[in-house]
Design a protein around this ligand. Structure first.
Ligand SMILES: [Zn+2]
Length: 231
């Protein structure tokens, strides 16, 4: 099984840029309105455990919060690889660099190009690791935050977001051309424009290359499906 965990992937953008590989046989939105705030770490931790983790993850220390394999659906698999997954194998130092550049941007100490370059570099490194791991593990999870991180400073700039969505579409296309394993594409939340910037919304995205008949699931509903996917 393969999970493409795409931070902030948004259904309206997937449709706008006609990302056919991301829109698989079944696709739609998730509803995360059970959460007070659409926090990335909380949402991925809830996805991994099948439980709403909001009250267990304080805002102040959220980025260093880590789950054990046994706390997650990974325990149902003989072996796994999880690349850069928040609350699990998140590359803390790399993402701390991005957050520092974001802060510096608002303090007029860094420009958006430097911020974008760092995000793209992390993306390309994770992509290489992810693509070379296909077929090597019973479950493979690749986390990519391109749409979220670029979106935060540039969601209102459509030429830039089109490049981001084309890249994520080609990533899904590459997965589908190299395997017919169960592929779940899922995001934690969506995004709306606030001027040139982007802000989290309460609807994520999901798609699967098989019929799941989910309607509008919550992010914790995938736990059962992933567990059953091992059979
Ligand atoms: Zn997020």
């Amino acid at each position: 099984m393969i999970i493409l965990a795409l931070d902030a992937l948004d259904l309206k953008m997937v449709k706008r840029y006609r990302c056919k590989s991301l829109m698989q046989r079944e696709h739609g939105q998730t509803d995360i309105s059970e959460f007070k705030l659409p926090r990335t770490v909380v949402l991925w931790a809830s996805f991994l455990t099948g439980v709403n983790m909001e009250s267990k993850i304080p805002i102040k220390t959220q980025w260093s919060f880590k789950l054990k394999r046994e706390d997650t659906f990974l325990r149902f698999f003989r072996d796994y690889k999880a690349i850069d997954v928040p609350a699990l194998t998140y590359k803390d130092e790399e993402h701390a660099k991005v957050r520092r550049l974001l802060k510096a941007y608002f303090e007029e100490q860094a420009d958006v190009e430097e911020y974008d370059e760092t995000i793209w570099r992390i993306h390309q490194e994770n992509k290489k690791e992810f693509l070379s791991s296909i077929g090597e593990h019973e479950i493979l999870i690749g986390y990519f935050d391109l749409a979220d991180s670029i979106g935060h400073l540039s969601f209102g700039i459509s030429e830039k977001m089109e490049v981001v969505y084309r890249e994520l579409e080609s990533l899904a296309e590459e997965v589908k051309s190299s395997t017919d394993e169960f592929l779940l594409v899922v995001s934690d939340h969506g995004m709306d424009a606030v001027g040139r910037y982007g802000d989290h919304t309460m609807n994520g995205f999901y798609s699967a290359n098989r019929s799941l008949k989910l309607g509008t699931p919550g992010i914790t509903d995938f736990y059962r499906i992933i567990k059953e996917g091992t059979r």
